[in-house]
Design a protein around this ligand. Structure first.
Ligand code: S3P
Length: 165
């Protein structure tokens, strides 16, 4: 087993919840790239996008990947939706793609206004759908393991990952 486990996938597919459940099961530390960026910038993601722009945020993600590679082992790492398309992720650990269709993601998120509001890239749903289409193949390429998450609970997904790593 590679030392870190990295969960990737589109916004709203459950990476953070699954990472917490999996880390608990495996008795490992749980990290979240969005939270790490927010802490280091002392700003919410939404504010980083509005004040500094998306390109600045992507640069932060790139730098964070470098830092994690240099300093983190044995962690379960939840990532932001764009973090998981970066090259070189497999050098950080075992990459697990939580795969879910766009319509499913939308129906999950649409009941939760807070979830939609905190994500600048979900403001325009047509653009979000195009982003999903552009990224879907890349997530597959970056992954060591693909887990279909439709109709599965967080607990079931964590259990499935555990049985397959
Ligand atoms: C983004 C996903 C978000 C967050 C930022 C950009 C993306 O994370 O990093 O809003 O580019 O897909 P979640 O996937 O946790 O929503």
């Amino acid at each position: 087993m590679k030392s870190n486990i990295i969960l990737i996938g589109f916004m709203g597919c459950g990476k953070s919840s699954v990472a917490r459940a999996l880390a608990k099961k495996l008795e490992r530390i749980c990290l979240d790239t969005d939270a790490l960026i927010e802490q280091s910038q002392n700003r919410k993601i939404k504010k980083i996008f509005s004040a500094q722009g998306e390109a600045a945020f992507r640069k932060m993600e790139k730098e964070l990947l470098k830092r994690l590679k240099a300093s983190v082992q044995n962690a379960v790492i939840a990532t932001g939706g764009g973090f998981g398309v970066q090259k070189g992720l497999k050098k950080l650990g075992l990459v697990v793609y939580l795969k879910m269709e766009f319509d499913e993601i939308l129906s999950r998120l649409s009941g939760d206004k807070k979830q939609l509001k905190s994500r600048p890239l979900l403001k325009d749903l047509n653009a979000a759908k195009a982003l999903f289409n552009a990224r879907a193949g890349l997530y597959e390429k970056r992954a060591n393991l693909i887990i279909e998450v439709k109709n599965k609970s967080v607990k079931e997904i964590a259990k499935e990952i555990r049985s397959k790593i």
